[in-house]
Design a protein around this ligand. Structure first.
Ligand code: CP
Ligand code: NVA
Length: 309
């Protein structure tokens, strides 16, 4: 069997993503009330080890993959690039060869997306994208699970994105094409997202509209999403913050969304910049469910790369 990598959502395709989301929700329901580290009754990844490589900071991705492996009956080894030989110049290819002999799958958080593609090319075990400068597919699996759990159907859903055209937005747009929802993108000129994701989603039938006026993007939308204005590794913070200030998600902007609209943020949040306390702590915010769902959604991603879904 060919090795299944999860570098972008399109590696799985719409049908598999839908199956993963169903599995994530079913497993979450089935283990309600158990201590967080107790394995699921069937422990489907018993004996499997995930090696996690972090070339950038992380709280959620790190803990949620570790917990996901524990709940599936397996375990994880965490490598911080600064304390590995990768950080001293050992090649990605050699790292891929070695980790493939020692672990059953590799998750990596890195900068240049070309690095994860190279890792996957030389690995003989599955490679999972834990965020690159280009995309963050695991985050979007948790986001979609959260939207579904809160009673919204994906086909025809109107999602509005505010702020920066970044990695998280690229994966939302990719998901829109695969799962048939629509995205209204409100970002300042000069901070647009990757055009390839937009054209692929449009070709698949999703409506992806680009707005400079945040209010037109939010008008009647079912889900409002934002993220930091300065992603890890980005420079020019002052200019970015000035350009994106009109795109802040605040109570006045949320008032233009559909009644019952949800607010999502992958976190970490910069309160007072891209979102106000009133919105992130308000009744429409589902960000803590979204954070928890990183565990449940990634359990399904792990089962998929191991051929169980
Ligand atoms: N949302 C997310 O990926 O969080 P971390 O950077 O804490 O992993
Ligand atoms: N866009 C952010 C997401 C962090 C989870 C970043 O890349 O820093």
């Amino acid at each position: 069997m060919t090795v299944r990598h999860f570098l972008n959502l399109s590696d799985a395709g719409g049908d598999a993503l839908a199956a993963m989301l169903n599995d994530a929700m079913a497993r979450k329901d089935a283990r309600r009330g158990l201590p967080k580290g107790q394995p699921d009754a069937d422990a489907p990844l018993a004996g499997r080890v995930l090696a996690m490589v972090f070339e950038k900071n992380s709280t959620r991705t790190r803990v949620s993959f570790d917990m996901a492996m524990r709940q599936l009956g397996g375990s994880a080894v965490i490598l911080d690039a600064g304390t590995t030989q990768l950080g001293r110049g050992e090649t990605i290819a050699d790292t891929a060869r070695v980790l493939s002999r020692m672990a059953d799958a590799i998750m990596i958080r890195t900068s240049d997306h070309a690095k994860i593609e190279e890792l996957a090319a030389y690995a003989s075990v599955p490679v999972i994208n834990g965020l690159t400068d280009l995309s963050h597919p695991c985050q979007i699996m948790a986001d979609l699970e959260t939207v579904l759990e809160h009673g919204k159907a994906l086909p025809g859903l109107e999602v509005a994105w505010l702020g920066d055209g970044n990695n998280v937005l690229n994966s939302i747009i990719e998901a829109a094409g695969l799962l048939k929802f629509n995205v209204r993108v409100a970002v300042p000129e000069g901070y647009d997202s990757d055009p390839h994701f937009i054209s692929a989603a449009r070709s698949a039938g999703a409506s992806i509209s680009v707005h400079r006026d945040p209010r037109t993007a939010v008008q009647g939308a079912d889900v409002i999403v934002t993220d930091t204005w300065v992603s890890m590794g980005q420079t020019g913070a002052d200019a970015r913050i000035a350009a994106m200030a009109p795109y802040q998600v605040n109570e006045a902007l949320m008032a233009h969304a559909a009644s019952g609209a949800l607010f999502l943020h992958c976190l970490p949040a910069h309160r007072g910049e891209e979102v106000t306390d009133g919105v992130i702590d308000g009744p429409q915010s589902v960000v803590w469910d979204e954070a928890e769902n990183r565990i449940h959604a990634q359990k399904a991603v792990l089962r998929w790369v191991f051929g169980q879904l």
